[in-house]
Design a protein around this ligand. Structure first.
Ligand code: BTN
Length: 240
């Protein structure tokens, strides 16, 4: 995979979207630091410190049938990479990776459109590899970093190499087969089925209460409403 590296950039996702046409398919944009790291729902992504991962994959596949599954696939890839450190990360639907209930990684997938046509996606990921506890504590929800979990610094290059190798391994299979390509790998890392959960569509709006039933063949979440009706949740934030 071709990699374009920057020292400091506003956001690897923003850069990839703005330069999409001139970037080749299946390349990665990496930055040492971001000044305006972005998360889902217009949240900010803490991007200080050069020892964390800020990466965006630029993907322009011909077969666009399973683009929606790429975020969940990347989530499995990150979980597998973290498992090499003898930890047991959990996946929180749709695409957060947690350790002991604390978020260590975030994924932001953005479609690149032109004249109402999808050109491809920018699949961005931030992984907290080496962070001071005091910086983690400024984040307004439970978060952690790999160094804090294993008690020593993490080699960023090694983690990055592993992550990219793991991503390359299953990518074509995902384009071809969607959620089926990694269904087992995803399901064995989730632990909220059967439990009461809340779904929030964006920050500040009312959250809805459900019981999580299953993940369907497309990777969507099936829940039971309070009046016992099945409902398919396509996106949102799951709150345990
Ligand atoms: C989230 O959990 O809300 C998603 C966070 C995504 C952060 C990554 S860091 C690299 C890429 N560039 C950005 O500005 N955001 C993503």
């Amino acid at each position: 995979m071709k990699i374009k590296s920057f020292e400091t950039i506003s956001s690897t996702n923003t850069y990839a979207l703005e330069h999409f046409d001139e970037l080749s398919d299946f390349c990665a944009i990496i930055a040492e630091q971001q000044t305006q790291g972005r998360g889902r729902f217009d949240r900010r992504w803490v991007s200080e410190g050069k020892k964390n991962i800020y990466l965006s994959f630029v993907l322009k596949p011909e077969n666009q049938n399973h683009l929606v599954n790429l975020t969940q696939y990347l989530c499995v890839v990150i979980a597998k990479t973290i498992e090499k450190f003898n930890l047991s990360p959990q996946i929180k639907w749709p695409n957060d990776v947690l350790i002991n209930g604390k978020k260590i990684c975030g994924i932001l997938c953005e479609l690149k459109m032109k004249h109402n046509k999808i050109q491809g996606v920018v699949l961005g990921v931030g992984v907290n590899l080496n962070m001071e506890k005091s910086l983690i504590e400024t984040i307004d929800r439970p978060a952690t970093a790999l160094n804090l979990e294993i008690g020593k610094d993490v080699d960023k290059q090694e983690f990055l190499d592993q992550l990219i190798i793991e991503f390359e391994k299953g990518y074509l299979n995902v384009l071809e087969n969607g959620f089926f390509a990694f269904r087992e790998d995803y399901l064995k890392r989730i632990n909220f089925l059967g439990k009461e959960i809340y779904i929030q569509q964006s920050d500040g709006v009312q959250k809805e209460k459900f019981v999580a039933q299953k993940i369907d063949d497309n990777g969507y979440l099936i829940v039971l409403t309070e009046d016992n009706k099945e409902k398919t949740i396509l996106s949102g934030d799951l709150i345990l």
